[in-house]
Design a protein around this ligand. Sequence first.
Ligand code: KG4
Ligand code: ZN
Length: 337
Amino acid sequence: MITLGIETSCDDTSIALVEDGCKVICSRLASQNDIHKRFGGVVPEVASRKHLEAILPLLNEVMQKAQLKFSSINQIAVTVGPGLLGPLITGLSTAKALAWQLGVSLVPVNHIEAHLTAGFLNEGKLPEYPFVGLIVSGGHSVLVIARGPRDYEILGQTVDDAPGELYDKAARFLSLGYPGGPVIQKTGSEADENRYPLPRPMLKKGYMFSFSGLKTAVIRTVEKEKEAIDIPGLCASLQAAVAEVLVAKTELAVIKNRIKTIVMAGGVAANQPLRERMHQLSDKLGARLYVPQIHLCTDNAAMIAAHGFHTAHLTNHDSMKVNASANLQMGDGFFDR
Ligand code: KG4
Ligand code: ZN
């Protein structure tokens, strides 16, 4: 069973072919980072136009690389939300046209849910339920219990910024570049993570997260230290603060719910200090930890294809009628809006 995945929810155009929901045949990405870099963030209108330019050449490239004919595609999975509306519509329209032309079914996919499925792609595995899922990216910070495909209990979310958003804003303030996460990681890689005593927001307050205070703490530290500021030390301290909070909330979820499988996904799951701490936690708790390979943490179409494969049986409406939805939540129906 070959699923074609299409992802255009933000600034990366991605197309992938996945076999049986767990074997990546080919996954390609056209990044717009260089274009949005100069603005310090994604400009939605520019992103839509760039998706339009990139999507068909990328589709052809993937089919050629995989040496497959279009007729071997069995179904098409596409991100319908959440994300930027213009970019989402570009991918969805392409997917609908292709599904109609090929006479195959279209599977609508929730982007945040798909991040979690990426955790199982590494090992060519089908998702193992139940698990505690942590999705940390530029737009999301959600802790859930996944009980089955599309069956989630949301334990906690961020009350303000997502951790990736914090990294992007902090990097912009420190003039380090965009996207912020990778550059903060690189800058802080050799530094002392105890260099600055940054706060651990809402550490002991249940499952909710808050990261905007850490951005203020970074600004205050720079203002206080002036020329003496140790930027690598600040980057390392910031990553330690974020990781400590994320790991503590995950630990609470595992212990309270007696679930022995953890999945961490999303762009921020690529963060090395966070990955190390999460591995230490899973060792301590005797839990299994699934974290995608680095290139499958950030947005990609392989996770969309895989998640589409696992959830296709739950789409019993005429999916050609589905609309893009900027504010889709995990587990939301696709046809109620
Ligand atoms: O999942 P993703 O590609 O897009 C969203 O769905 O938001 O995540 C992008 C975010 C950006 O904020 C970026 O700064 C962050 O993931 N990121 C990282 C790393 N790589 C990407 N954050 C920390 N460390 C990294 N190595
Ligand atoms: Zn994402």
